[in-house]
Design a protein around this ligand. Sequence first.
Ligand code: SAM
Length: 216
Amino acid sequence: MTTADFWIERWRSGQTGWHQPEGNAALRAFWPSLNIAPDARVLVPFCGKSPDLAWLHEQGHTVVGVELCADAIEQFLAEAGLDNATVSDVEQWRIYETDRLRLIAGDWFTVPTEVVGPIDAFYDRAALIACAPEQRQPYVAQINRLCGPDAKGLLVTLEHSGASGPPFSVPEALLRDLYEGDWQVALLDRRSVDNVPPALAELGPAYECAYRLERR
Ligand SMILES: C[S@@+](CC[C@H](N)C(=O)[O-])C[C@H]1O[C@@H](n2cnc3c(N)ncnc32)[C@H](O)[C@@H]1O
């Protein structure tokens, strides 16, 4: 199990090697092809302090991020110059809100629809692959519960030869097993990447894959 303590400690000690200061290239390349309406509400699970939140916001979307570590959200807001966010507590969730941006600090696996609000699309980069094997089905169950009936998603995964993680390898067959009951899955891109932890790079090539998901 990849516990909350593990992630809190990674943020506390600055071990955030997954963070992409320039954002994710696959998001910028493939999001437009999903034809998501500008006024859509877009869910970003396990959002960290990714600049992808700001990019999605710039497309006109209302962006709803969920992140375990409040410090990550506060770093994002500070780095984005968003010092006007209001902060409120709803039960165990701390909600940071500013124009078309709602960032929820708390546990993804239990966050209720009333806290998240309606969702038209989702973007997952390094979220499913951050889940330990026993967390994958609960993770996808939350996606299914929170996303609306016509939702679409862009999902960016990693494939590598290692058995451990995070990041865990999520090959295409596993991804289809998890999602195809409720979503149509299309592979958009598969390319080799070298920004993986050294212990994984030693085992062989790693691939970043991008998928389009549409509710059945
Ligand atoms: C590999 S990072 C990816 C962050 C971000 N998606 C990005 O691309 O930079 C995974 C993130 O998920 C967060 N996380 C892990 N478990 C979580 C949970 N149960 N609920 C919400 N966030 C969680 C961690 O704190 C961490 O910031």
